[in-house]
Design a protein around this ligand. Structure first.
Ligand SMILES: Cc1ncc(C[n+]2csc(CCOP(=O)(O)OP(=O)(O)O)c2C)c(N)n1
Ligand SMILES: [Mg+2]
Length: 322
């Protein structure tokens, strides 16, 4: 990390990473209290990847997120109050309380959808990219987030091929967090050097330390500019680590305490905090004030969301398409 931005920008990145982290920790606590139905996939440990990449996008850019998509939605600007209400199944949620954690959607911020089917958002992102091309919309890209496990699915590989053949304005962002459920990337990918796939399809291909928020921001910014200037897709690989369990429960038998501790000590927020102190951008006191404000804000969000009514059963079929 090097210091070459203004203070407001650093503050924005820090506040967003704290917001994502506190949101996820609050959701986890609500789940433990039995207040959330269905399942949950949290992104603690991946805050730099989700915030750095979405900070490089414009509000109108489309994004498609995965089953682990809360962070990207927050980064893209979805209001955390309706997001929290949605996860709690309340009527004022982003999707009227009937979508839940894996179906957050807010077209006003370009969040076309999240998806519980691994890899399924990727062809949809290509469809959105095609619409940008057909409608000749200037200065807009479509972004598809997916995991290291999803990277091996047929839908993803077919989408990458088609995007290359049709030169779609799409950025494929692979969040390599080491595991697909409990399977390490070395065992699921024939060759875990994912870069080779991007170059094979003729994409601008780059990778970044996914726990370095500035590096992620700069890499995705470069990819976005290249898609618009060169008229071909880009492929970004972010190397990060999932501190959260895979899903609502995880005994972590596939990884060691030592491994997890290493990544906690080198987590994105810890690293950015150290950088901000070292470069004297913020003092310890200022950082504590910012952290306390993030804590307070999320407490207010949770108490607001818990006061929201549940949807009426009468409207349940309104958004079901047959
Ligand atoms: C098509 C499909 N197969 C399997 C699952 C079950 N499943 C949910 S998450 C997941 C792992 C995905 O791993 P990865 O793409 O690396 O994303 P991560 O969970 O690490 O963010 C699997 C297999 C699913 N939801 N959809
Ligand atoms: Mg993964």
């Amino acid at each position: 990390m090097t210091a070459s931005y203004n203070k407001e920008f650093y503050l924005d990145l820090l506040q967003k990473m704290l917001k994502v982290n506190r949101f996820e920790e609050s959701v986890k606590a609500l789940y433990a209290r039995g207040l959330i139905h269905g399942t949950l996939h949290l992104c603690v440990g991946e805050e730099a990847s989700v915030v750095g990449s979405t900070a490089a996008l414009k509000k109108d850019d489309y994004i498609l997120t995965t089953h682990r998509g809360h962070g990207e939605c927050i980064g893209k600007g979805v209001d955390v109050k309706p997001m929290m209400a949605e996860i709690l199944g309340r009527a004022s949620g982003t999707n009227g309380g009937i979508g839940g954690s894996m179906h957050i959607c807010d077209k006003s911020c370009g969040v076309i959808g999240s998806n519980g089917i691994v890899g399924a958002g990727v062809p949809t992102a290509c469809g959105a990219a095609l619409s940008i091309r057909l409608k000749k919309i200037p200065d807009r890209v479509s972004v598809s987030f997916f995991g290291d496990g999803a990277a091996n699915s047929g839908a993803v590989l077919e989408s990458m091929n088609l995007a290359g053949a049709w030169k779609l304005p799409v950025i494929f962002i692979l969040e390599d967090n080491h595991y697909a459920v409990s399977t390490p990337v070395e065992r699921s990918a024939a060759d875990p050097d994912f870069k080779k796939r991007g170059t094979a399809f003729g994409f601008l291909t780059c990778e970044a330390d996914g726990n370095d928020v500035l590096e992620v921001y700069e890499t995705v910014s470069r990819a976005r500019a290249a898609v618009l200037e060169e008229g071909r897709p880009a492929f970004v690989i972010l190397h990060t680590y999932r501190i959260s369990g895979h899903s609502r429960s995880d005994q972590n038998v596939y990884r060691t305490e030592k491994e997890m501790q290493y990544w906690k000590d080198n987590g994105p927020i810890v690293r950015f905090r150290d950088f901000l102190l070292k470069e004297e951008i913020f003092s310890e006191n200022e950082l504590e004030t910012i952290e306390a404000a993030a804590e307070r804000e999320m407490k207010d969000v949770v108490s607001w969301a818990l006061r929201q009514p549940y949807p009426e059963p009468d409207g349940m079929e309104e958004r079901v398409y047959v």
